[in-house]
Design a protein. Structure first.
Length: 275
Protein backbone atom coordinates (compact mmCIF):
# COMPACT_ATOMS: atom_id res chain seq x y z
CA UNK A 1 0.00 0.00 0.00
CA UNK A 2 0.95 3.62 -0.23
CA UNK A 3 3.77 4.93 1.89
CA UNK A 4 5.87 8.03 2.40
CA UNK A 5 8.32 7.23 -0.40
CA UNK A 6 5.40 6.85 -2.79
CA UNK A 7 3.87 10.16 -1.57
CA UNK A 8 7.17 12.00 -1.84
CA UNK A 9 7.57 10.91 -5.47
CA UNK A 10 3.95 11.18 -6.51
CA UNK A 11 3.39 14.69 -5.19
CA UNK A 12 6.80 16.17 -5.94
CA UNK A 13 5.26 18.78 -8.25
CA UNK A 14 2.68 19.73 -5.66
CA UNK A 15 -0.99 18.84 -5.43
CA UNK A 16 -3.79 21.36 -5.51
CA UNK A 17 -7.48 21.06 -4.79
CA UNK A 18 -7.97 24.43 -6.50
CA UNK A 19 -9.40 27.48 -4.78
CA UNK A 20 -11.63 25.71 -2.32
CA UNK A 21 -13.53 28.76 -1.09
CA UNK A 22 -14.72 31.97 -2.74
CA UNK A 23 -14.64 33.13 -6.33
CA UNK A 24 -11.56 32.23 -8.39
CA UNK A 25 -9.33 35.26 -8.84
CA UNK A 26 -7.29 34.33 -11.88
CA UNK A 27 -8.83 32.20 -14.58
CA UNK A 28 -11.16 29.29 -15.15
CA UNK A 29 -8.49 26.68 -14.42
CA UNK A 30 -9.06 27.20 -10.67
CA UNK A 31 -12.75 26.43 -11.16
CA UNK A 32 -11.90 23.42 -13.28
CA UNK A 33 -9.62 21.93 -10.59
CA UNK A 34 -12.28 22.48 -7.94
CA UNK A 35 -15.00 21.04 -10.18
CA UNK A 36 -12.94 17.90 -10.80
CA UNK A 37 -12.05 17.51 -7.10
CA UNK A 38 -15.71 17.86 -6.19
CA UNK A 39 -16.67 15.26 -8.77
CA UNK A 40 -14.06 12.83 -7.42
CA UNK A 41 -15.11 13.34 -3.82
CA UNK A 42 -18.84 13.66 -4.40
CA UNK A 43 -19.33 16.83 -2.37
CA UNK A 44 -18.92 20.58 -2.29
CA UNK A 45 -15.52 21.75 -0.98
CA UNK A 46 -16.71 25.24 -0.07
CA UNK A 47 -19.76 23.92 1.77
CA UNK A 48 -17.51 21.50 3.70
CA UNK A 49 -15.19 24.30 4.72
CA UNK A 50 -17.66 27.09 5.47
CA UNK A 51 -20.35 24.97 7.11
CA UNK A 52 -18.27 22.15 8.58
CA UNK A 53 -14.76 23.36 9.36
CA UNK A 54 -14.89 27.14 9.88
CA UNK A 55 -17.43 27.05 12.75
CA UNK A 56 -15.07 24.79 14.73
CA UNK A 57 -12.20 27.28 14.62
CA UNK A 58 -11.46 30.61 16.33
CA UNK A 59 -9.44 33.44 14.73
CA UNK A 60 -6.62 33.18 17.29
CA UNK A 61 -6.13 29.39 17.03
CA UNK A 62 -2.75 27.80 16.37
CA UNK A 63 -3.26 25.07 13.81
CA UNK A 64 -1.09 22.19 12.56
CA UNK A 65 -1.79 21.28 8.94
CA UNK A 66 -0.42 17.98 7.68
CA UNK A 67 0.30 17.74 3.93
CA UNK A 68 -0.78 21.15 2.56
CA UNK A 69 0.76 20.56 -0.90
CA UNK A 70 0.09 23.70 -2.93
CA UNK A 71 -1.88 25.19 -0.04
CA UNK A 72 -5.52 25.03 -1.15
CA UNK A 73 -6.75 24.37 2.39
CA UNK A 74 -4.08 26.58 4.00
CA UNK A 75 -5.55 29.56 2.13
CA UNK A 76 -9.04 28.62 3.32
CA UNK A 77 -7.78 28.17 6.90
CA UNK A 78 -6.21 31.65 6.86
CA UNK A 79 -9.62 33.13 6.01
CA UNK A 80 -10.68 32.06 9.52
CA UNK A 81 -7.34 32.10 11.38
CA UNK A 82 -6.95 35.87 11.11
CA UNK A 83 -4.85 36.30 14.29
CA UNK A 84 -3.43 32.86 15.07
CA UNK A 85 -0.79 30.67 13.45
CA UNK A 86 -0.67 27.84 10.92
CA UNK A 87 2.25 25.40 11.09
CA UNK A 88 2.47 23.10 8.08
CA UNK A 89 4.32 19.81 7.77
CA UNK A 90 4.93 18.22 4.39
CA UNK A 91 7.44 15.88 2.80
CA UNK A 92 7.85 18.48 0.04
CA UNK A 93 9.31 21.96 0.25
CA UNK A 94 6.04 23.83 -0.28
CA UNK A 95 7.63 27.34 -0.21
CA UNK A 96 7.68 27.82 -4.00
CA UNK A 97 3.93 27.08 -4.13
CA UNK A 98 2.75 29.33 -1.32
CA UNK A 99 4.69 32.54 -1.94
CA UNK A 100 1.46 34.55 -1.65
CA UNK A 101 0.85 33.18 1.87
CA UNK A 102 4.46 33.73 2.96
CA UNK A 103 4.20 37.40 1.91
CA UNK A 104 0.77 37.93 3.45
CA UNK A 105 1.41 36.17 6.77
CA UNK A 106 5.18 36.34 7.43
CA UNK A 107 4.80 35.91 11.19
CA UNK A 108 1.83 33.57 11.25
CA UNK A 109 2.77 30.86 8.73
CA UNK A 110 5.43 28.34 9.75
CA UNK A 111 6.48 25.90 7.05
CA UNK A 112 8.23 22.65 7.97
CA UNK A 113 9.56 20.16 5.48
CA UNK A 114 9.94 16.75 7.10
CA UNK A 115 11.96 13.71 6.06
CA UNK A 116 10.66 10.27 5.22
CA UNK A 117 10.63 8.34 8.49
CA UNK A 118 10.14 11.44 10.64
CA UNK A 119 8.82 10.32 14.02
CA UNK A 120 9.19 13.08 16.60
CA UNK A 121 8.19 16.25 14.72
CA UNK A 122 10.46 18.36 16.91
CA UNK A 123 9.63 21.32 14.65
CA UNK A 124 6.29 21.45 16.48
CA UNK A 125 6.18 22.71 20.06
CA UNK A 126 4.52 20.55 22.71
CA UNK A 127 1.15 21.40 24.23
CA UNK A 128 0.92 24.40 21.90
CA UNK A 129 -1.76 23.80 19.26
CA UNK A 130 -5.53 24.39 19.37
CA UNK A 131 -6.28 22.43 16.24
CA UNK A 132 -5.19 19.97 13.57
CA UNK A 133 -6.33 19.82 9.94
CA UNK A 134 -5.48 17.42 7.16
CA UNK A 135 -7.03 16.70 3.77
CA UNK A 136 -5.84 14.21 1.17
CA UNK A 137 -3.03 12.77 3.30
CA UNK A 138 -4.26 9.98 5.62
CA UNK A 139 -5.78 8.31 2.54
CA UNK A 140 -2.18 7.80 1.36
CA UNK A 141 -0.65 6.70 4.67
CA UNK A 142 -0.51 3.17 6.01
CA UNK A 143 -2.70 2.64 9.05
CA UNK A 144 0.22 2.05 11.40
CA UNK A 145 1.82 5.27 10.13
CA UNK A 146 -1.41 7.21 10.78
CA UNK A 147 -1.55 5.80 14.31
CA UNK A 148 2.10 6.62 15.03
CA UNK A 149 1.62 10.14 13.66
CA UNK A 150 -1.48 10.72 15.79
CA UNK A 151 0.27 9.49 18.94
CA UNK A 152 3.08 12.00 18.38
CA UNK A 153 0.62 14.75 17.41
CA UNK A 154 -1.23 14.31 20.70
CA UNK A 155 1.76 15.65 22.64
CA UNK A 156 1.73 18.80 20.52
CA UNK A 157 -1.95 19.50 21.09
CA UNK A 158 -3.57 21.33 23.97
CA UNK A 159 -6.31 19.56 25.87
CA UNK A 160 -9.57 19.86 23.90
CA UNK A 161 -7.78 20.80 20.67
CA UNK A 162 -10.07 20.27 17.70
CA UNK A 163 -8.87 17.84 15.01
CA UNK A 164 -10.32 17.44 11.52
CA UNK A 165 -8.95 14.80 9.15
CA UNK A 166 -10.10 13.30 5.86
CA UNK A 167 -9.38 9.57 5.35
CA UNK A 168 -10.18 6.88 2.80
CA UNK A 169 -13.39 4.95 3.38
CA UNK A 170 -13.60 1.90 1.15
CA UNK A 171 -17.23 1.19 1.95
CA UNK A 172 -18.36 4.67 0.92
CA UNK A 173 -15.86 4.81 -1.95
CA UNK A 174 -17.08 1.55 -3.43
CA UNK A 175 -20.72 2.66 -3.38
CA UNK A 176 -19.94 6.06 -4.89
CA UNK A 177 -17.64 4.67 -7.57
CA UNK A 178 -20.00 1.95 -8.75
CA UNK A 179 -22.55 4.45 -10.00
CA UNK A 180 -22.57 7.65 -11.98
CA UNK A 181 -21.11 10.27 -11.62
CA UNK A 182 -18.64 8.75 -9.10
CA UNK A 183 -17.40 6.14 -11.58
CA UNK A 184 -16.69 8.76 -14.28
CA UNK A 185 -14.57 10.92 -12.00
CA UNK A 186 -12.68 8.06 -10.31
CA UNK A 187 -12.47 5.52 -13.12
CA UNK A 188 -8.69 4.96 -13.25
CA UNK A 189 -8.15 5.03 -9.53
CA UNK A 190 -10.88 2.58 -8.71
CA UNK A 191 -10.06 0.26 -11.60
CA UNK A 192 -6.66 -0.23 -9.96
CA UNK A 193 -8.28 -0.96 -6.62
CA UNK A 194 -10.94 -3.26 -8.08
CA UNK A 195 -8.31 -5.37 -9.82
CA UNK A 196 -5.88 -5.45 -6.93
CA UNK A 197 -8.41 -6.07 -4.17
CA UNK A 198 -10.90 -8.30 -5.92
CA UNK A 199 -11.66 -10.38 -2.85
CA UNK A 200 -12.04 -7.40 -0.52
CA UNK A 201 -14.40 -5.65 -2.91
CA UNK A 202 -16.48 -8.79 -3.45
CA UNK A 203 -16.87 -9.02 0.32
CA UNK A 204 -17.92 -5.38 0.54
CA UNK A 205 -20.42 -5.85 -2.29
CA UNK A 206 -22.01 -8.93 -0.68
CA UNK A 207 -25.53 -8.17 0.50
CA UNK A 208 -26.06 -11.04 2.96
CA UNK A 209 -24.04 -13.24 5.33
CA UNK A 210 -24.77 -16.17 2.96
CA UNK A 211 -23.24 -14.31 0.05
CA UNK A 212 -20.17 -13.50 2.17
CA UNK A 213 -19.81 -17.14 3.15
CA UNK A 214 -20.07 -18.17 -0.49
CA UNK A 215 -17.24 -15.78 -1.43
CA UNK A 216 -15.10 -17.07 1.44
CA UNK A 217 -15.63 -20.68 0.35
CA UNK A 218 -14.82 -19.78 -3.25
CA UNK A 219 -11.62 -18.11 -2.08
CA UNK A 220 -10.72 -21.16 -0.01
CA UNK A 221 -11.32 -23.51 -2.93
CA UNK A 222 -9.21 -21.41 -5.23
CA UNK A 223 -6.70 -21.23 -2.38
CA UNK A 224 -5.90 -17.70 -3.42
CA UNK A 225 -6.78 -15.11 -5.98
CA UNK A 226 -4.54 -14.50 -8.97
CA UNK A 227 -1.60 -12.24 -8.24
CA UNK A 228 -2.43 -8.58 -8.88
CA UNK A 229 -0.80 -7.23 -12.01
CA UNK A 230 0.18 -3.93 -10.51
CA UNK A 231 2.91 -3.46 -7.97
CA UNK A 232 1.88 -2.69 -4.43
CA UNK A 233 3.58 0.70 -4.34
CA UNK A 234 1.19 1.93 -7.04
CA UNK A 235 -1.79 1.35 -4.86
CA UNK A 236 -2.55 4.66 -3.31
CA UNK A 237 -5.90 4.39 -1.59
CA UNK A 238 -5.23 2.84 1.77
CA UNK A 239 -7.80 0.40 3.04
CA UNK A 240 -9.66 2.18 5.78
CA UNK A 241 -13.27 2.68 6.86
CA UNK A 242 -15.17 4.30 9.73
CA UNK A 243 -14.85 1.31 12.05
CA UNK A 244 -11.10 0.93 11.50
CA UNK A 245 -10.50 4.67 11.81
CA UNK A 246 -12.55 4.71 15.01
CA UNK A 247 -10.35 1.98 16.53
CA UNK A 248 -7.20 3.70 15.36
CA UNK A 249 -8.23 7.05 16.91
CA UNK A 250 -9.05 5.39 20.23
CA UNK A 251 -5.73 3.50 20.23
CA UNK A 252 -3.90 6.76 19.55
CA UNK A 253 -5.59 8.42 22.56
CA UNK A 254 -8.39 10.50 21.03
CA UNK A 255 -12.10 10.94 21.71
CA UNK A 256 -14.20 10.80 18.57
CA UNK A 257 -16.62 13.68 18.15
CA UNK A 258 -17.86 12.57 14.71
CA UNK A 259 -16.40 9.70 12.74
CA UNK A 260 -17.73 11.22 9.51
CA UNK A 261 -18.90 14.79 8.99
CA UNK A 262 -20.93 13.50 6.03
CA UNK A 263 -20.01 16.10 3.39
CA UNK A 264 -18.54 13.69 0.83
CA UNK A 265 -19.86 10.55 -0.86
CA UNK A 266 -16.44 8.96 -1.43
CA UNK A 267 -14.34 9.81 1.63
CA UNK A 268 -14.98 10.34 5.31
CA UNK A 269 -13.77 13.22 7.48
CA UNK A 270 -13.46 12.67 11.22
CA UNK A 271 -13.62 15.24 14.03
CA UNK A 272 -11.80 14.25 17.22
CA UNK A 273 -9.97 15.63 20.25
CA UNK A 274 -7.24 14.37 22.59
CA UNK A 275 -8.56 12.25 25.46
C1 LIG B 1 -2.74 14.62 -2.23
S1 LIG B 1 -1.72 15.88 -1.59
C2 LIG B 1 -2.92 16.88 -0.77
C3 LIG B 1 -2.60 18.35 -0.78
C4 LIG B 1 -3.65 19.26 -0.14
N1 LIG B 1 -3.86 18.90 1.25
C5 LIG B 1 -4.96 19.20 -0.89
O1 LIG B 1 -5.87 18.50 -0.43
O2 LIG B 1 -5.08 19.87 -1.92
C6 LIG B 1 -0.86 15.08 -0.23
C7 LIG B 1 0.24 15.93 0.39
O3 LIG B 1 0.61 15.33 1.63
C8 LIG B 1 2.02 15.19 1.69
N2 LIG B 1 2.29 13.99 2.51
C9 LIG B 1 1.94 12.71 2.26
N3 LIG B 1 2.32 11.90 3.26
C10 LIG B 1 2.94 12.69 4.17
C11 LIG B 1 3.57 12.44 5.43
N4 LIG B 1 3.63 11.22 5.94
N5 LIG B 1 4.09 13.49 6.10
C12 LIG B 1 4.03 14.74 5.59
N6 LIG B 1 3.44 15.05 4.40
C13 LIG B 1 2.90 14.02 3.71
C14 LIG B 1 2.46 15.05 0.24
O4 LIG B 1 3.82 15.42 0.08
C15 LIG B 1 1.49 16.00 -0.46
O5 LIG B 1 1.98 17.31 -0.50
Amino acid sequence: MADEKWSKETFENGYTSGKVIGEPETDNSEWEVRRLEQGKLGGDLEEFFTQGVAPLLSPDYRIVELGPGRGSWTRALFSVITQGEIHTIDLQDIRPWVGDLISKHPNRLFINQVNIGEKQYECLAENYFDGFFSFGVFCHMNLTAIEEFLITLRKKLKKKAICIAQYSDWEKGLKYCETSPGNQYNENAFNILFSKYKFEFEMLRARSPMEKLHILIKKRLQSKYPEPEISSNQCFWVRNDKKTMGKLLKNAGYRIIKIDMGFFKRDSVAIFEPR
